[in-house]
Structures are given as structure tokens and as C-alpha cells.
Design a protein around this ligand. Structure first.
Ligand SMILES: [Fe+2]
Length: 148
């Protein structure tokens, strides 16, 4: 296995060297992801998420919980602008959570999704439900080589 190979997979271990992976557009304008893990059995998927400065995401709803750990930058929810989650903050969003994240300075975070996330347009129309399968397809369509 080469040291520059973005993924290493063994019988008991899967790993990714995240800095070697490219950013791929995520579910909203101004957002990008790197796919670290997608598990067809559990529906879990793990990402590095990047939000560009000045991004106000449209409404998202979590079918299942999601967890995020902020690596750099910060974000907040539009309904709670005084509670800012910066570097080192951990957030667990419960199943059914509906919100609009905002990042003034941009943010990079590690996130684990326990199931699909729904994205709504500014007009309230459901744009789609994005599950582990969508992430693998988007990743590989962008030139990634997620083994599945
Ligand atoms: Fe969320």
C-alpha cells in the first residue's frame, strides 16, 4: 500500500488520510465534504465538513442523530445566534432536529451522521434526503474511490 493512497482498508481497519482527499460539494451551497466512512449495515456515515465563510444553510432536518466536532472556525443556529460553536465544540443533533446552521467565518468539522439528512430549499420545498448511499455516489462521481 502506498503512503499517498487516500484510503487503507484491511480486515479489521479502515483509515483515510483526510488531507489527501479532495473537497466535494455537499448538500447546500457553500458546503463541502470529505467522505471518511459509510456503513451500509448501520446507515452511519462520517465526514469532514467545510462551510465557507458567510454561509447560511437552508433548513435541514435530521431523520437520525448527527454529531459534530468543530476543528476550526465556528457556526451557530439561526435561532440561537448568541450560542456560537467554535473550535473544540461538540454538538449532538437529535433525531428530528430541524435547523438552519450559519457560519460567518467558515468552519471545518468532523461529523458523524446516524442516518439521512433532509435539505429544504428557501421556498420550503424538500430538495432531497441524503443518506450514506448518496454520499458514496457523490464522492465517487467526483473522482473519489470509496471502496464499497
Ligand atoms: Fe444539523
Amino acid at each position: 500500500m502506498s503512503a499517498v493512497m487516500p484510503y487503507g482498508v484491511g480486515d479489521m481497519l479502515s483509515s483515510a488520510n483526510a488531507p489527501d482527499l479532495a473537497w466535494v460539494p455537499w448538500t447546500a451551497e457553500g458546503t463541502y465534504f470529505k467522505l471518511l466512512n459509510a456503513d451500509p449495515e448501520t446507515g452511519f456515515y462520517s465526514l469532514v465538513l467545510k462551510v465557507e465563510p458567510g454561509t447560511h444553510l437552508s433548513v435541514q432536518r435530521h431523520i437520525d442523530p448527527a454529531e459534530a466536532f468543530v476543528l476550526s472556525g465556528s457556526f451557530y443556529y439561526v435561532d440561537e445566534p448568541d450560542r456560537v460553536y467554535g473550535r473544540g465544540a461538540y454538538v449532538r443533533e437529535k433525531a428530528g432536529a430541524v435547523h438552519e446552521p450559519v457560519s460567518d467565518e467558515g468552519a471545518v468539522m468532523f461529523a458523524v451522521f446516524h442516518g439521512p439528512i433532509e435539505r429544504f430549499g428557501r421556498d420550503g420545498r424538500l430538495l432531497g434526503a441524503f443518506d450514506w448511499r448518496w454520499h458514496v455516489h457523490a464522492w465517487n462521481a467526483a473522482g473519489g474511490h470509496y471502496p464499497i
